[in-house]
Design a protein around this ligand. Structure first.
Ligand code: CAA
Length: 398
């Protein structure tokens, strides 16, 4: 057993850390105050090669492993959640799912452009009436010869206004096949198709400098060449996309905890009460110690998932655990960070109030805290048992 990161991992971590601190942090409070999502951040991420991470060289990527993707997400979220969300959606939910499910032709067609940022990808599963109950979506894809006619709407879609294409999950309507259970299909939908529209959502509690919106399909005709997997695979495609997305969220949550520690370690040594640094107070120390535990446990959990991804092992249970535990620990860390900062923690003069708002969102998206609690209990009780998957990501042996 080897817990060390390779020299390449350390380089990637350092590069993502510097990018976060030098490119994202300087204007982050301004963007958050103005609730302004800046597409230039995404473009700079592409220029820095971040969107190529974990895409094989054969498809125009950097060829780095899946642990690298986690490290990038951790360091980006240490700077700002909105930047990590770009990785989660574009790389995790979209590109990795094409890597897992795409035909050779589809991978050659889309992945090089996704790796370079020439194409921006997003994910459309959630609907106004179907969040946790993902199998109960209402959008339909009616099979019509060599294409599908897509109708319906999706909500809470990150990058809704920026993405060039969306991995959309819809209920399959195929008159040729009778089925008691709903069947689903996964389609890559280009925003330029007739009948596609998007609308931004405003007034969010957190991730204010990230773009979130709704997308609508009014009889959008999508070619069967743009289907991921086969008819009826749509739900599995969605769940495996979440295996990738949840990994990036779990890794990012560790970045929030580290950012809380960065802020609190400085503040607790600077701020004095009765002539003594508040860092010397035992109740403050307890909060700092809990944050450090959350960071270290969180790394072990997501490194394990990264390693499992590298070997091609199914990791649905482990990634749910990492996402569940890390997001809760990140929220607790941010709550403590506000506490340690006192009244200053209640203003955006210090970053911790932003960490508090942003960390709350991750306990909702990509599976709520409650859904992951239930998933974990079901595994433990033997009600949920995973089988190896027919389609896996390319493996890394290095
Ligand atoms: N990979 C591949 N296949 C999988 C899979 C995976 N990770 N997980 C499940 N499957 C397969 C199963 O093997 C099963 O196939 P068979 O019928 O052939 O056996 C099939 O999919 C159904 O699986 P389950 O029985 O596990 O499905 P379920 O109905 O019990 O799932 C649930 C329930 C786990 C709660 C699921 O609905 C769920 O995860 N809900 C939460 C949805 C969610 O996270 N939404 C977030 C949307 S994205 C977002 O929020 C971010 C954004 O901004 C875009």
């Amino acid at each position: 057993m080897d817990f060390s990161l390779s020299a390449e991992h350390e380089l990637i971590r350092e590069m993502a850390y510097k990018f976060g601190q030098q490119v994202i942090v300087p204007d982050v409070t301004k963007r958050d105050r103005e609730a302004k999502s800046d597409r230039a951040v995404l473009e700079k991420m592409a220029e820095a090669g971040l969107l190529a991470v974990s895409i094989p060289e054969a498809y125009g990527g950097s060829g780095t492993d899946y642990v690298s993707l986690g490290l990038v997400c951790e360091e980006l979220e240490r700077a700002d959640t909105s930047a990590r969300v770009v990785m989660s959606v574009h790389s995790g939910l979209h590109a990795m799912t094409i890597l897992q499910w795409g035909t050779e032709e589809q991978k050659q067609r889309w992945l090089p452009k996704l790796a370079s940022g020439e194409l921006v990808g997003a994910f459309g599963l959630t609907e106004p009436d179907a969040g946790s109950d993902a199998a109960n979506i209402r959008s339909t894809a009616r099979k019509d010869g060599d294409s599908y006619v897509l109708s319906g709407e999706k909500t809470w879609i990150s990058l809704a206004d920026y993405a060039d294409q969306f991995l959309v999950i819809a209920r399959l309507e195929d008159p040729a096949v009778e089925s008691e259970k709903p069947r689903h299909v996964a389609l890559i939908v280009n925003r330029n198709l007739a009948g596609f529209t998007s609308r931004p959502l405003h007034g969010k509690l957190g991730v204010r400098s990230g773009n979130t919106g709704q997308i609508f399909f009014d009889n959008v005709r999508v070619s069967a060449e743009d289907r991921l997997g086969e008819d009826g695979d749509g739900f599995k495609v969605a769940m495996s996309a979440l295996d990738h997305g949840r990994y990036t969220v779990a890794a990012g949550a560790v970045g929030i905890i580290t950012a809380c520690l960065d802020a609190c370690n400085t503040y607790a040594r600077d701020r004095k009460v009765g002539g003594e640094e508040i860092g010397k107070k035992q109740l403050v120390q307890q909060m700092i110690a809990n944050m450090a535990a959350g960071r270290d446990i969180g790394r072990l959990l997501y490194y394990q998932v990264g390693w499992m991804k590298n070997t091609g092992a199914r990791h649905t249970r482990e990634v749910s655990m990492a996402k569940w535990v890390n997001c809760k620990n990140a929220f607790d860390a941010a709550n403590s960070a506000v506490e340690i900062h006192g009244a200053y923690g209640f203003t955006d003069e210090f970053p911790v109030e932003r960490y508090f708002r942003n960390s709350r969102g991750a306990m909702i998206y990509e599976g709520t805290h409650e859904i992951h609690t239930l998933i974990q209990a079901e595994y433990e009780l033997g009600y949920r048992v995973d089988r190896p998957l027919a389609r896996t990501l390319p493996t890394f042996n290095g």
